[in-house]
Design a protein. Structure first.
Length: 306
């Protein structure tokens, strides 16, 4: 019995000792945990969260205040057609300007840019009088015949001319050209036959270009030249040297003034000796020993430079 009572007292003594040991360690644990709790309660740098104040003893814990995003700096513009209400905080509307219209730039003053290569394509029309050719045509018509319209002489000369020039300076250049001259003629006799004639010449040539810049759209030039012509008419062929002088102007438009039209008055002397004729010539036909292309032409064309 004493042994049982002793044992029970021993266990109570042990239990009381452990309880006292645990209570002695609690203040130390609280002191050690206090810095970690303080660090956890502090907000991190850059955070918008505000720590909630500690609840008083016996008071319920207050939840932290919610954080909201910052208000917008400016409201979006109202829909088109609706003016902003006064005091609504809308930014002022920009004035509506009409779309810019591209204006044609003016032609700059001063000489046009120097372009050493210049090309020209011309059509010409003018007057000439090949007397021997006209006599030949009149002999083909009977003396008592009556023409339906017109007259029996060639007086209208047409030309097609393509040329290219190289300018050593803005005022002087060398031009090579290919020229085609032709004059058609149709004679319709009353109650008779219709006669068709074609006088033509092909003439490669070379000329000197002397130009004067005005600082505007016009560029004046004078071109004396020489050409070797090959001509034919009704079985007759002729060749020889022809001379010409062209006085005109190139009108260039736009800012670059690289292209435009060409106008010129051309004087030509070319009375070519016949080198061969048809195999048979009737006795009543006049003799043709020259094909004359001496003429005065107005020439109009297109020109451009590079």
């Amino acid at each position: 019995m004493w042994s049982v009572a002793y044992a029970s007292m021993t266990f109570r003594t042990v239990d009381v000792g452990w309880v006292n040991f645990v209570f002695a360690l609690l203040p130390c644990a609280f002191v050690m945990a206090s810095p970690q709790m303080a660090l956890a309660a502090e907000p991190s740098p850059g955070s918008d969260t505000v720590p909630a104040p500690a609840a008083a003893a016996g008071q319920p814990e207050v939840p932290p205040a919610p954080s909201y995003p910052p208000p917008p700096m400016a409201y979006p513009p109202p829909p088109p057609g609706y003016p902003p209400p006064p005091g609504a905080g809308y930014p002022p509307q920009y004035p509506a300007y009409p779309p810019a219209v591209a204006e044609e730039p003016e032609v700059p003053s001063g000489p046009a840019p120097f372009r050493p290569l210049r090309f020209r394509f011309d059509f010409g029309i003018g007057y000439f009088h090949p007397s021997q050719v006209n006599n030949y045509m009149q002999a083909q018509i009977p003396s008592d015949a009556e023409l339906v319209s017109g007259f029996s002489e060639m007086v209208l000369l047409l030309s097609l001319d393509f040329s290219g020039a190289y300018y050593f300076t803005p005022w002087f250049g060398l031009r090579a050209n290919m020229l085609y001259l032709f004059s058609p003629k149709i004679l319709e006799v009353m109650d008779g036959d219709t006669h068709t004639y074609w006088l033509q010449s092909l003439a490669p040539g070379l000329s000197l270009d002397f130009a004067i810049e005005t600082g505007g759209v016009a560029r004046f030039y004078a071109s004396p030249g020489i050409a070797y012509q090959y001509a034919s008419f009704e079985g007759y062929t002729a060749d020889g040297v022809g001379l010409e002088l062209a006085l005109g102007a190139d009108l260039s438009f736009g800012v670059a003034r690289a292209k435009g039209i060409s106008l010129a008055l051309v004087f030509r002397y070319a009375n070519l000796g016949v080198s061969s004729g048809p195999g048979y010539v009737s006795s009543y036909q006049p003799t043709i020993d020259h094909l004359d292309f001496t003429s005065l032409l107005l020439r109009v064309g297109f020109q451009f430079g590079i």
